[in-house]
Design a binder for this molecule. Structure first.
Ligand SMILES: [Zn+2]
Length: 119
């Protein structure tokens, strides 16, 4: 008796074994990335089991979370940079004030000297 070769693969989502051929074969879908998913669906009705949809939803969710996290990190980083920039920007102002103050002192001394020694 020749043994019929039955191929099986585990579903990439629920890990259930999918019989790929033979009379007891399960219905399944294969993606372009060579992933196998079980698909239980009566034609004309919504799928009872659609592991590819679940997988895709999960991936999308993950991707969304990932993007969201990245965005948040980026925002935090930008905020920090902004604060840093603000500090740097406020520095010359302080220096300018100090400069003006020193100039004023000098002027005052000069005027005092002038008033003490009128020519
Ligand atoms: Zn599955």
């Amino acid at each position: 008796m020749k043994k019929k070769l039955i191929f099986a693969r585990k579903c990439d989502w629920c890990n259930r074994e999918i019989t790929l051929n033979g009379k007891d074969s399960d219905s399944y879908v294969v993606t372009a990335e060579n992933r196998y998913f079980c698909l239980t669906q009566t034609p004309g009705k919504p799928a009872e089991r659609d592991c590819m949809a679940d997988y895709l939803n999960h991936t999308k969710q993950k991707l969304y979370e990932h993007t969201f996290k990245k965005k948040l990190e980026k925002k935090e980083k930008e905020q920090k940079e902004e604060e840093k920039e603000k500090k740097i920007k406020s520095m010359p102002r302080v220096l300018a004030k100090l400069d003006a103050f020193q100039k004023e002192l000098k002027d005052r001394k000069w005027k005092e000297r002038l008033s003490k020694h009128p020519s």
